[in-house]
Design a protein around this ligand. Structure first.
Ligand code: 2BA
Length: 114
């Protein structure tokens, strides 16, 4: 049994969950934030048999499509010497790949539906 994490854009999330549910995969949606761009994204948790991991990845790929390179303003935090919270953010233009999906899977030690 594997727990698959799928990180996708918020725009693709409803469609991906719809397609997963249609194929009888259950998914839990988490509202997450990308550490680099500091923008909201969606992380799906899908627990399924090992042999389904590639099928889920293919399904996600079909919905999310390919990455593209865009130039955007990336937030650059400035930390004070005293506090670990950023005092302010500067931005810098940078070429970044967006779109697509990030997928990884981990072994599940225990699974039960009570
Ligand atoms: P973010 O961390 O906001 O990253 C958004 C995109 O910015 C990344 O797309 C990547 O193209 C670029 N990027 C990230 N870090 C970079 C850096 N240090 N220098 C230059 N460009 C950088 P993706 O790779 O498709 O990642 C999309 C989102 O998936 C990430 O949002 C993060 O939330 C998550 N993610 C990606 N790799 C991960 C990993 N190894 N572990 C956990 N989460 C990951």
């Amino acid at each position: 049994m594997k727990l698959i994490y799928v990180i996708i854009s918020n725009d693709d999330s409803d469609r991906v969950v719809y397609e997963l549910n249609k194929e009888n995969y259950s998914a839990t949606k988490l509202s997450t934030t990308g550490g680099f761009l500091k923008k909201g994204n969606t992380t799906l948790m899908i627990c399924t048999e090992d042999e389904n991991v590639e099928k889920v990845a293919k399904l996600v790929e079909n919905v999310c499509g390919k990455r593209e390179t865009v130039e955007i303003s990336v937030p650059i935090p400035s930390f004070s010497a005293t506090y670990s919270m950023p005092m302010y953010y500067n931005t810098a233009k940078q070429k970044v790949e967006v779109g697509g999906a990030v997928i990884f899977a981990v072994d599940v030690a225990y699974y039960n539906r009570l």
